[in-house]
Design a protein around this ligand. Structure first.
Ligand SMILES: NC(=O)c1ccc[n+]([C@@H]2O[C@H](COP(=O)([O-])OP(=O)(O)OC[C@H]3O[C@@H](n4cnc5c(N)ncnc54)[C@H](OP(=O)(O)O)[C@@H]3O)[C@@H](O)[C@H]2O)c1
Length: 516
């Protein structure tokens, strides 16, 4: 029995600590001279090799326009890995085996001859390294290039029938954005599914590769004390924050097309929301988990029409301010951004999940750039106590809050009331903290390591399924449409917590945003 089959299966089912080696395969990276390959993909593959999770016979084939030899590609990638790997310095022994499997095909995506050369290279690797006709195609390219690559892969006979995976599997990995609205998302999906079967498609949302997001499933479903209170009976409201302190970092042109809603809410934020709110799946496998997640997104009450959108959402755009004490420019002053841009760099929403568990519980969602601090967290605010037992002079009884910190300072904190020691009965909120770093030591694997490994193992639990993407766009698109008619985003100072209207959104319900 080989290592890949002896302990394969889902990590959660098998226990998160179980290490599983990927079967030998060829990972073809389209866009191999791009930024993502340099900073994330190659360092992740190298780190899988260091962790002995990459089968020794595996190969990585870069495919991009600029001409270069295998040797040049190896040298270039060694420099990238040296700079961006989480483990430093490079382990020369691991690198030399790893580098022997690195190859490069120079071709434009449009040129069919490039795919013939790719096929020849892959067949040679099957013979020489034992990659067993297993292929992962990673499309690290702008979505406008997907169609041409998919078509050429099919025409060159490089897509195997999913029914005969024993003779070698073919999988394709795509990066967000999965479209820009419901119609384009659907068109992209049709394009993908005209060449691949859904089970061959791995849609990366790197948030799902984060340890803390996976731990949310364990926290909820491997403990008995939290689930009974995880509902409308006990939860007053939920706040989900995805805040960044950086601006668009030279990617103004890209951001103009996207905005925070498309860049973060449609994918990362709704993924986190669905894991936080889903029912227990019947099993920990890809379809059972995703079946429950998609039900949450489908149950989101539509926010559509100018009136609802104006009442339940807030958009903002950062203006000048300070980050880390340094002055920073306004979004409209960033390169590639027109001065009269109406693109949002902040969005807040009041959402409801219309189902049995969450009926009537507001979910306040916010995401933005150039906010006071970088933090992603989910906070459950519990209902107040039913009766004020202690005198008002003892202090205000604040509701319990359970917060799950996705990044940074990963951990879980429970806020509860305590008596201050002394002869008086004085109350004060205190916290009980679990910190990943303190309990488990250093940083775990990076999200891309986990997700690349899962792709090679064929486990799609941590990837978005087409119906999830469709449900997310169905919910988001009416808001995008209404915003075109509504006022432009409200200005907020860089380094603040967003526009005033976002505070007013919660104040109207008697709540306030957390200051995490
Ligand atoms: N960068 C990130 O952190 C990040 C994060 C999340 C998602 N993404 C997504 O990941 C994908 C890749 O992003 P990236 O930042 O790596 O892009 P990038 O830096 O612009 O790289 C694009 C790559 O595609 C190649 N390419 C483009 N057109 C080509 C053509 N017609 N023929 C052959 N090669 C062509 C380029 O090759 P040459 O250089 O040889 O021309 C280059 O290797 C995008 O979909 C992006 O949205 C990126």
């Amino acid at each position: 029995m080989d290592a890949s089959t002896s302990n394969s299966g889902n990590p959660l089912r098998a226990g998160l600590a179980t290490e599983r080696t990927a079967p030998p395969c060829a990972v073809v990276i389209f866009g191999a001279s791009g930024d993502l390959t340099k900073r994330k993909l190659l360092p992740a593959l190298y780190n899988l090799a260091v962790s002995r999770l990459l089968a020794p016979g595996s190969a990585i084939v870069g495919f991009a326009r600029r001409p270069k030899t295998d040797e040049q590609f190896r040298e270039e990638q060694k420099a990238n890995v040296a700079q961006f790997s989480r483990r430093k310095p490079i382990d020369e022994a691991v690198w030399s085996t790893f580098a022997s499997g690195l190859h490069y095909v120079a071709s434009s995506f449009e040129d069919s001859h490039g795919y013939v050369r790719l096929r020849d290279a892959l067949e040679r690797l099957d013979r020489e390294r034992g990659t067993r006709h297993n292929r992962v195609y990673y499309l690290s390219v702008p979505p406008s290039e997907f169609g041409v690559i998919l078509r050429h892969l099919r025409e060159a006979g490089l897509v195997a029938d999913p029914k005969h995976e024993d003779d070698g599997f073919t999988r394709v990995v795509i990066e967000k954005p999965f479209g820009t609205d419901l119609a384009t998302g659907e068109a992209l999906n049709q394009e993908l599914l005209s060449v691949f079967d859904e089970k061959q498609v791995f849609r990366i949302d790197h948030y799902l590769g984060k340890e803390t997001v996976q731990n949310l499933l364990v926290f909820r479903f491997a403990n008995s004390i939290f689930e009974p209170i995880w509902s409308r009976e006990h939860v007053d409201h939920v706040q989900i924050t995805v805040a960044e302190d950086i601006g668009v970092e030279g990617r103004g042109r890209f951001y103009e097309e996207a905005g925070t809603t498309r860049d973060v809410v449609q994918n990362h934020l709704l993924q986190i929301l669905s894991i936080a709110a889903m029912e227990a799946p019947v099993a920990f496998d890809a379809n059972a988990v995703r079946d429950e997640k998609v039900k949450v997104v489908r149950a989101l009450r539509p926010i559509r029409g100018l009136e609802d959108v104006a009442r339940q959402t807030v958009r903002g755009q950062y203006v000048r301010g300070t980050t880390d004490g340094k002055p920073v420019p306004a979004y409209s002053e960033e390169e590639g951004v027109p001065q009269d841009s109406r693109t949002e760099t902040y969005v807040a929403m009041k959402a409801y999940i219309d189902n049995w568990r969450w009926g009537g519980v507001p979910f306040y969602l916010r995401a933005g750039k150039r906010l006071q601090k970088r933090v992603t967290e989910i906070a459950l605010h519990f209902k107040p106590v039913p009766h004020a037992l202690f005198a008002a002079s003892a202090g205000r009884v604040e509701p319990n809050v359970l917060s799950i910190r996705i990044q940074p300072d990963e951990g879980i904190t429970l806020r509860f009331m305590s008596k201050v020691p002394g002869p008086e009965t004085t109350l004060r909120p205190v916290t009980m903290d679990f910190k990943y770093g303190a309990t488990f030591g250093g940083a775990g694997p990076e999200a891309y390591e986990r997700l690349l490994l899962e792709t090679m193992l064929g486990d799609a639990t941590l990837f978005a399924r087409s119906d999830e993407v469709r449900a997310a766009w169905s919910w988001i698109t009416p808001m995008l449409e209404a915003w075109r008619e509504l006022d432009p985003p409200e200005a907020y100072a860089s380094g603040s917590w967003g526009p005033d209207a976002a505070d007013a959104l919660l104040r109207a319900d008697g709540h306030a945003w957390r200051r995490p």
